[in-house]
Design a binder for this molecule. Structure first.
Ligand SMILES: [Fe+2]
Length: 305
């Protein structure tokens, strides 16, 4: 159609949808155009602001590398990641779920480990942590043979992919639930960490005067054919950033009870000082078992000497 005035632009774009053969693609694109145009009208976007917005979107790609995904980061910082997660889990968002954002740091092919094994692969100072987890269905029945991928930041707040001083795949491991649906591992207590602020996500946080921390957590990805795959994060209950997580990932159901033990014998004889334990049960619901595409594919290189 020939556009005569600003109101016509939306209709002109929507009219071009009729050739789109895939009905779902058509639905999504039509809604995107309607909402995007309504947004531009609502905020009365100026030409300079539009130019700036285009620059931010281009920078999301420019800041994305094999070891960092800026697009995933800003989706979290805008609450979109957790909204998508909560709408698609817990009986389509109607009840509590252990599902949570995948986050930007999952790597495929983490080493397989026996239950009770350690995921500490290079010297990683910090209080020892012993985790006992269970995977169950909605009726509380044990799910045996579920693959449980685990990853976390070190006590200095860096994932191994961000930190050349950590061994390849440090604080990452893949466990399999036993006949009772149980898995267990040894690690170190994770720390909260700042998300990177050198890209558009940093600009967003600064514009809102928000901090860039995430509360300490453990990541899980649980896969078992016949059940809906979930990514999960279990948050450390004494963390000061639980209510202001810069990625809006914390839900009530996912605040773990990290028990501090002092002057008590630890499950391993080499533990010195205080140590922590965590027990947590993940419920899976029926659905599609699939593995997401890893947001990153390799470890950051050490800077040139
Ligand atoms: Fe994380």
């Amino acid at each position: 159609m020939i556009i005569e005035k600003q109101e016509d632009v939306t209709e002109a774009v929507l009219q071009e949808m009729h050739r789109t053969p895939d009905p779902r693609v058509k639905e999504i694109l039509s809604a995107l155009v309607r909402h995007l145009h309504a947004f531009v009208r609502e905020v009365k976007l100026t030409e300079r602001e539009f130019e700036k917005a285009v620059g931010y979107i281009a920078a999301l790609g420019q800041h994305t590398t094999p070891s960092h995904n800026e697009v995933m980061l800003i989706c979290g910082s805008l609450g979109v990641s957790n909204l998508v997660c909560l709408m698609n889990n817990g009986d389509s968002g109607t009840r509590e779920t252990a599902a949570n954002n995948l986050g930007p740091f999952w790597r495929a092919d983490s080493p397989r480990c026996d239950n009770g094994g350690s995921i500490v692969r290079s010297p990683t100072p910090g209080p020892a942590l012993f985790v006992n987890g269970w995977v169950r269905d909605g009726a509380g029945r044990a799910i045996a043979g579920a693959e449980v991928d685990v990853w976390q930041s070190s006590p200095v707040g860096l994932y191994e992919n961000q930190d050349p001083s950590q061994a390849e795949m440090n604080l990452r491991g893949k466990f399999t639930t036993d006949a009772q649906g149980a898995f267990s591992f040894r690690s170190v207590k994770p720390s909260g960490y700042p998300v990177p602020t050198d890209g558009p996500t940093g600009a967003l946080l600064r514009a809102q005067k928000r901090h860039n921390f995430r509360p300490a957590h453990l990541h899980f990805l649980i896969y078992k054919p016949g059940f809906k795959t979930i990514a999960s994060q279990v948050y450390v209950d004494d963390d000061p950033y639980l209510e202001t997580d810069s990625q809006f990932g914390v839900t009530k159901a996912l605040i773990g009870n990290f028990v501090r033990h002092e002057n008590e014998p630890a499950p391993a004889t080499d533990v010195e000082g205080c140590w922590y334990s965590l027990a947590y049960t993940f419920a899976l619901e029926p659905g599609e078992s699939w593995l997401p595409k890893p947001p990153i594919s390799k470890k950051a290189a050490a800077p040139a000497a």
